[in-house]
Design a protein around this ligand. Sequence first.
Ligand code: PLP
Length: 451
Amino acid sequence: MNVSNIQAQHFMQCWGAQANYKPVEVSHTMGCYIYTTDGRKIFDLRSAHECINLGFNHPTVIEAMKRQMDSVIYVTDDFATAPTAMLAQKLAQLAPGNPNKKVWFGQSGAAAIEAAIKAARMYQYIRTFKEGKIADAPNQYPYPYKIIARYKSWHGSTSGAASAGGDPRRWFQEPFTVPGVVFAPEANAYRAPENDPLWSADYLEYIIEQEGGSNKVAAVLLEPVVGSNGIIPPPPGYMQRVREICDRWGLLLIADETMSGMGRTGKFFAIEHFDVVPDIIVMGKALGVYCPLSACIMSEEVSRVFDDNIFGHGQSFSGHALGCAAALESIRVLQEDGVMENCVAMGQYLGNALKQLGSQYTQVGDVRGMGLFWTMELVHDRESKTPLRKTTEKYTPTVVSDIARYLLEEENIYVPADKFGIWVVPPLIVTQEEVDMLIGAIGRALAKFVK
Ligand SMILES: Cc1ncc(COP(=O)(O)O)c(C=O)c1O
């Protein structure tokens, strides 16, 4: 039986033309590695779409899942199970701010983003019409409904989430994007004017005012550290400015931690680096470890609007006990078994090595990251900063896809082929020896493909 051929014939690959789909057949996975049936051992430098922060097959997580499978895997939310209750409580406590929060569970980041958008709009509707808190315009305006998202962001592929994605994947939704989203610029120190690193926060405020301020805008939605659009930590002071702007205009701040959460940046939530308390946090990917699980964590103030109003959102399998048991054990491992410490220490070591390596090539424009979340952005030259892979070239073969192919075929290292540069996102259990191996391979790739 040729599994690869059968899969290619009957399985629809995400975001790809199917004719050239040739999946590599896997025999098993362990730690940072994918073992193939033809005897290869491949380092997963994208952590399985950033889902396996603990590496593959973590023994105590598998043990917790097996134990949970013997009691209850899933019941509807008319019933309570220990893992579902404990995980909701744990996330409410771990997320910054007052722990009296509420959590909705889904199975994808996109579904949790949809929950966050609905919650933000409902909150503003109640505030406007039931509490009469209109700030500065006549009340014949509709309630605040607009979501300000940013370019160079991604929040998932369902209609609402994709419509808020500042990424070429939104274009597949057009012209049927869901109305009510306005885009602000991303915050990228590498591309900001030297004397004005916070220009994009000023522009965000300008957009809020021009879009109707408190009377029309419900929330700002952002990734605290941008993920798939280039691993972009914000310039110092940016997140605090955004929080202050949201407070001044009465807007909610939604932090999408689907990729940056679960310890990826060296803290449990990336937003903790900035000492900012968002109103809603969205999680997904690594949360459920080996189970599809996502969460929309709402502050007490936001969740309270649903005490007497219907939370109009839902999914089968919400609060899946097996996924919640895996997540709880994963959080324990992250916090108690030294994985977060390893992420910080290896992150520093990896970041320094990447910067040192990048400095030898004029086409490595920027080396940036936090924790074990790093990228090397490739540019035409340092002066112009023209990207070697433009936004419009996500689906075009570029030097980035050449490097990805080389790393997979010659170095047995798996990285995505469609980013703005080299994606360096190992599982958080990576060792120093493995980092050295990765740096050696990336160095050989740079020597071969860039100047
Ligand atoms: C920041 C962010 N939010 C949301 C999503 C959507 O998650 P999912 O693919 O589970 O719907 C993604 C997926 O890449 C993401 O990176």
